[in-house]
Design a protein around this ligand. Structure first.
Ligand code: HEC
Length: 182
């Protein structure tokens, strides 16, 4: 085969493969509104909210209620996120709360005061970055609960520590069982 033809043909192959590669790619990493697309599913956008109050209202209030008082029909329901001042003044308490949010589905019977709640909480670990975790936990610790003396806000380092805790429900339950009753 004359070398010129071979050369043309390989140029054609390169062009065809480039075009098919481009055709298979999402149009853009951003939506027309400037939201960042999820790299796995481009039909979804990455949640970029950074304000703790807004994150709470967007992602938690549906179950735990806007005032954090939870909801129950006597059996099923969502535990309150109020009555947590003591947990939030303890390092182990903050780590447990972070782990409970990171881990999921988190479900079963949970006792708060004299009330059992049976429901399910989704897995938030992959949905929030460390800063978003800090922001929403600070909202729970500082707005939904009156901070106890000695309270210190949770840090990004503690979120990272909680992300390294065992990824199973027994571990989460055990951490809770070691905390004072609430
Ligand atoms: C779909 C409903 C739902 C959503 C949304 C939800 N939760 Fe929960 N959450 C629950 C349920 C149900 C439990 C109890 C799980 C269990 O222990 O069996 C729970 C437990 C918790 C606990 C542990 C409480 C305890 O007494 O041990 C914390 C802390 C918590 N949620 C915080 C949050 C935060 C913060 C958000 C938002 C980022 C959130 N939850 C979103 C349903 C939900």
């Amino acid at each position: 085969m004359p070398s010129r033809i071979r050369c043309r043909r390989s140029r054609l192959v390169i062009i065809v493969s480039l075009v098919s590669l481009l055709a298979g790619m999402p149009a853009s990493a951003q939506t027309p509104q400037g939201q960042i697309r999820n790299s796995v599913n481009p039909n979804r956008v990455i949640y970029t909210e950074t304000d703790g109050a807004r994150i709470y209202m967007d992602r938690c209030a549906l179950c735990h209620q806007p005032d954090g008082k939870g909801k129950t029909d006597g059996t099923n329901g969502f535990p309150p996120l109020t009555g947590m001042s003591e947990w939030m003044s303890l390092r182990e308490g903050q780590l447990y709360v972070a782990h409970a949010i990171i881990y999921g589905p988190y479900w079963g019977d949970v006792l708060v005061g004299d009330q059992y709640y049976f429901g399910m909480m989704p897995r938030f670990g992959p949905r929030f970055n460390d800063q978003q975790m800090v922001a929403v936990i600070r909202y729970v610790a500082e707005v939904l609960n009156p901070p106890a003396p000695g309270y210190r806000p949770i840090t990004v380092e503690m979120i990272q520590e909680a992300r390294r805790l065992p990824d199973n429900m027994e571990a989460v339950r055990e951490e809770r069982a070691l905390l004072p009753l609430r």
